[in-house]
Design a binder for this molecule. Structure first.
Ligand code: PLP
Length: 451
């Protein structure tokens, strides 16, 4: 009988992150300055990020060594287990094997600690006193507050208002790690005040919260900005997930035919999948790599591949990505971490190259999948992660039809212990499904910045 949990020891933990920029089928489009529309250089980014992260952003080195101090902190919860979901397989009566990489075991409860710790480390090393950021569902805010607390730097978080109200416990968690937190849009920044003047009842969006955090960091010499997804260096730090998973599959004597992850900005998906994408691109493997997004915010499946701002107000560099438009405010689904208008440029290029696939799934269907997962595997997943579970189950059910014995792997990006009110709504039958409004698609080309 094969193992239920495939475990690496601390000593077997990978010591380098994998940088997929070394293996891309074509180079990335450069980020453009929001005012001049010229490619941004390191000096443009220096007010926002420490130099070491700027270097990682453009590096073509295939492997980047993980600093000893970061490895030591990773060891608090890493290597994370790769589980074989035997009970779920049994319940589905599928011939497929289902594995999941469990990133919910970090202290803040998600994969986001993999990059928050690294970012806090590089900022501390370059003398930064405070990190400013935005958060959607609150996972990134808590992960960064956790990282900052370990390195003794301040942390300030702008949290999307709808989540701030839906998830008060994330706020308290952030405060326990010493972070300060404000509902966004706030009246603390010009960006926030501008939105509030136009929409006093704005429920907020990640794009708006980013504008507020970037503005504050740019105006303060001792503060820098920190982003929890989308950027190349964030994808890089997350590859510890897939690097471990590859070793674990080797130990299990298996290899995934299908690799699945949910996508908000793309970091847990990319971190889990890129090491397997590399095997496809350079080692003759042929796994299907599937990104899962909500129908309420279908960036890859419905968006346009175009330069757009990362934020709502237009303060960030323009990134070439699949986008639904920087002023798109998605329906208030409970997977707050998936309500972002764009996706990571690295992931978008690979999607455009057809190296990865994408599907969109409905809110109620992801809670049904989460419910079955909790009852079979015992872990209450984050609603974001439940998108990956939905698709893994759908793939396993296809195998039941066809009799194929595929190996399916997904990333369990986090737990849902702070999403209990969402589960309550599901149980009471008051959850809605949201379709992306088609009128939005028609007005999209006109509102994208011209380059
Ligand atoms: C933030 C978050 C996501 C979405 O962000 P990505 O950068 O796309 O990974 C997904 N799952 C969990 C648990 C999160 O906290």
């Amino acid at each position: 009988m094969s193992d239920t949990r495939i475990l690496l020891s601390e000593r077997e933990m990978p010591r380098a992150w994998y940088n997929i920029q070394a293996d891309l089928p074509r180079p990335l489009y450069p980020p453009l300055h929001p005012a001049t529309r010229k490619p941004v250089g390191p000096e443009d980014l220096a007010p926002l990020f420490p130099m070491e992260l700027i270097k990682q952003e453009v590096s073509r080195e295939r492997y980047i060594e993980i600093p000893e101090e970061v490895l030591d902190i990773y060891k608090m919860w890493r290597p994370t287990p790769l589980h074989r979901a035997k009970n779920l397989e049994k319940a589905l009566d599928t011939p497929a094997k289902i594995y999941y990489k469990n990133e919910s075991v970090s202290p803040p409860g998600s994969h986001k600690a993999n990059t928050s710790v690294a970012q806090a480390y590089y900022n501390k090393k370059e003398g930064v006193k405070r990190l400013v950021t935005e958060t959607g569902a609150g996972q990134w805010g808590s992960a960064l507050a956790f990282g900052c607390s370990l390195f003794g730097i301040e942390c300030r978080v702008y949290m999307v208002r709808v989540s701030y109200n839906q998830k008060p416990y994330r706020k308290i968690l952030i405060e326990n790690w010493g972070g300060e937190i404000f509902a966004s849009p706030s009246s603390l920044t010009d960006s926030g005040r501008k939105i509030l003047a136009k929409y006093p009842d704005s429920s907020g969006s990640l794009g708006i919260a980013i504008s507020e955090a970037v503005e504050e960091a740019a105006k303060n010499d001792n503060a820098k900005y920190s982003l929890g997804s989308v950027l190349n260096h964030v994808m890089l730090h997350q590859t510890i997930i897939g690097q471990e998973a590859r070793k674990q599959f080797e130990m299990a004597g298996d290899y995934p035919d299908v690799v699945i992850g949910c996508v908000g900005g793309g970091s847990n998906f990319s971190g889990f999948a890129f090491p397997f994408v590399r095997e496809n691109l350079t080692n003759g493997h042929n796994s299907r790599i599937v990104a899962v997004e909500p129908t309420a915010c279908p960036t890859l499946t419905k968006g346009l591949y175009s330069y757009d701002y990362g934020d709502t107000v237009g303060l960030t560099p323009l990134l070439k990505m699949y986008t639904l438009g920087h002023d798109f405010v998605p329906a208030p689904i409970h997977a707050g971490g998936l309500r972002y208008h764009g996706d990571a440029p690295l992931l978008c290029l690979l999607y455009d190259e057809k190296a990865i696939e994408a599907v969109a799934v409905h809110q109620r269907s992801i809670f049904e999948a989460a419910d079955l997962f909790t009852k079979t595997e015992g872990i209450l997943p984050a609603p974001e992660s439940a998108h990956a579970i939905r698709t893994a189950i759908d793939e396993a059910l296809k195998c039941k039809e066809s009799g194929e014995k595929k190996t399916i792997a997904f990333c369990l990006s986090g737990h849902g212990h702070f999403d209990l009110s969402a589960y309550d709504s599901y149980r009471n039958g008051v959850l809605d499904d949201y379709e992306y409004p088609e009128e939005e698609l028609k007005r999209l080309p006109a509102q994208l910045p011209k380059v």
